[in-house]
Ligand binder design. Sequence first.
Ligand SMILES: C[S@@+](CC[C@H](N)C(=O)[O-])C[C@H]1O[C@@H](n2cnc3c(N)ncnc32)[C@H](O)[C@@H]1O
Length: 267
Amino acid sequence: MRDAESGHTLDPGGYEAELRRHDRVLRRSWDVRPGDHVFDVGCGIGQTTREAARTARAGGALGVDISAPAIERARELARAEGLRNVAFEHADAQVHRFARQRFDLAISRFGTMFFEDPVAAFANIGRALRPAGRLVMMVWQSPERNEWDVAIRQALAGPRGPIAAASAGPDPFSLADPPAVTRMLEAAGFAGIAFTEVREPVYYGPDVTAALGWVRGFTHTRETLNRLDPAAAARAVGRLRETLSAHLRDDGVWFGSRAWIITARRR
Ligand SMILES: C[S@@+](CC[C@H](N)C(=O)[O-])C[C@H]1O[C@@H](n2cnc3c(N)ncnc32)[C@H](O)[C@@H]1O
């Protein structure tokens, strides 16, 4: 199930499965303590928020997302699990006035790359953290270091076409450059900024048909296919299927990926 507007998954299986290798590393970096109050930025349907809340037994977790359907779904999933120390807010994390100095730890799994004004957004997130509160987020490294992005773009563009340029919309690679991100976070009031490389593959599904369904939901794939006439779109889907087939292993469809875990402390 996907949000019709953004294309983001509302299905707990999809993103969780894609990032299962990343999650192991991310959990260790978050290092949530039982008494922590955790703030999950761009929480989507709240998998990571619920996970943080389960560990922060004496504290709790707040998940925030700009997508109303995602927040609705996050609430349903938390209710179904009977979690009492988790809450969700439908808000733009860049500008929403959160309670000041409320949280010990701000986390995000690929939810912080889409701000129009990242310095303003991280300053706003910082205000919600107590002094010396931690920020731990996972973001993509540059597109050319991400096999999944290169392969999907090449498949969509075809053998003669240029690799389709990124859309003018939100850029999932906007926090890929460590020096630029360091300057940005320092300007937003953070210190002790560090980058740890995560080199784990992404999983797109148990077989090619499932993987194709998943990849067709990506913003770039949807935008590209929508721009093509029906015959050209069918050819592009055929090429995408071939690319996915070439990445099918015994345990499903996998592509190489490279991400950063960025850690920082509120000054
Ligand atoms: C790639 S998804 C990651 C979702 C979630 N963190 C996860 O790992 O399942 C990025 C999320 O960031 C959210 N997002 C984008 N801009 C945002 C903003 N300004 N404020 C809050 N959430 C935002 C999107 O709606 C989306 O749910």
